[in-house]
Design a protein around this ligand. Structure first.
Ligand code: DON
Length: 317
């Protein structure tokens, strides 16, 4: 329940053209029941597959929401661009690119991706994201996670909480991610012990967000690093631009090329069902619907963003 009653004539959203736009996009996708919730993390197999939401935050700080936009879910891989951005902001591009590449892998999110140099292909797939997490400040898991949580909370403009049971579930079943981390450690690109990097990464993925949070986080990239609600500078304009570039080329994994052709907005998906997307200098958008396609992208999220881009001419080209 998003707290609004559709029959209430005082609902401010009924007279808001942006809300009507979002609601129209959402209604077109609602009947689609294709795909399935992620089940390789046991705790995710139990989530309600039905919620659907879309939210848009403008770079001027207005937020518009439709559907179940206050339902909470775990951020999962949609955390990756924001952690990469924080690491970039702290360490700079030259240091980052010694540890992780900048090229699309054309492979699934959990691929064993190592260039000849021993770097993962890019920071949007798991191997590269775990390396980005390892580069966060601090020595211990607790210190690194504190930095990640603080940083992602600044992107969202509110304090984000950890879903302990999703974290425990992934930690108990995360051997593939540990294997990826061992490979990067052997290659010398992981900047922390394997258990520290993976444990901080599992917690990062289990941070709880709403669709509205994703919209505000994306809008903070769209402004060039300033949260449009709190007006706080979270990262540098360079870090925001470089992160947005990686979302453009690599954000939807092995669907990134088709996504760029059809939707034409920088984006990043997560197996919790969220997608973040943005139009630089204009807005950030978040979508949520838990059923995923075979590449791990939310079916109805992809549909909503495709419809929105086509109807309103949002493609960057
Ligand atoms: O590492 C994992 O497998 C999950 N915590 C996140 C993967 C994910 O979200 C892939 N995205 N669609």
């Amino acid at each position: 329940d998003d707290g609004y009653d559709a029959d209430d004539h005082h609902d401010p959203r009924l007279t808001d053209p942006v809300h009507r736009t979002l609601a129209g996009v959402l209604d077109a996708a609602r009947p689609n029941t294709d795909g399935a919730v992620a089940d390789y993390i046991p705790e995710l197999a139990d989530v309600d597959p039905e919620p659907i939401a879309i939210a848009l935050a403008s770079t001027r700080g207005s937020v518009h929401e439709a559907g179940d936009s206050r339902v909470e879910f775990t951020i999962q891989s949609a955390s990756k661009p924001f952690v990469f951005a924080l690491a970039l902001d702290a360490l700079g591009l030259d240091t980052l690119t010694r540890h992780v590449g900048l090229e699309p892998s054309g492979e699934p999110f959990n691929a064993i991706s190592l260039e000849a140099s021993g770097r993962p292909d890019n920071p949007m797939i798991n191997a590269g994201a775990i390396v980005a997490t390892s580069l966060m400040g601090g020595e211990t898991t607790e210190q690194k996670f504190r930095e990640i949580r603080k940083g992602l909370s600044r992107f969202a403009g509110r304090e984000l909480e950890l879903d302990e049971s999703v974290y425990a579930s992934e930690a108990a079943t995360g051997d593939r991610n540990r294997a990826l981390a061992y490979l990067t450690h052997a290659a010398g690109t992981l900047a922390a012990p394997v258990d520290v990097a993976t444990d901080a990464y599992f917690r990062q993925c289990a941070l709880v967000v709403t669709t509205r949070d994703l919209a505000v986080m994306a809008a903070t990239l769209a402004t060039g690093g300033i949260n449009p609600l709190t007006r706080e500078r979270v990262i540098s304009a360079d870090a925001a631009r470089w992160t947005t570039s990686m979302m453009t080329s690599c954000g939807m994994y092995d669907a990134s090329g088709e996504w760029l052709l059809r939707v034409g907005l920088p984006a990043k998906s997560g197996v919790g069902g969220g997608i973040v997307a943005l139009q630089p200098e204009q807005f950030g958008v978040g979508t949520f619907s838990p059923r995923l396609d075979e590449r791990g992208n939310s079916v109805r999220g992809v549909e909503m963003l495709t419809t929105m881009s086509e109807r309103y001419g949002l493609h960057m080209l």
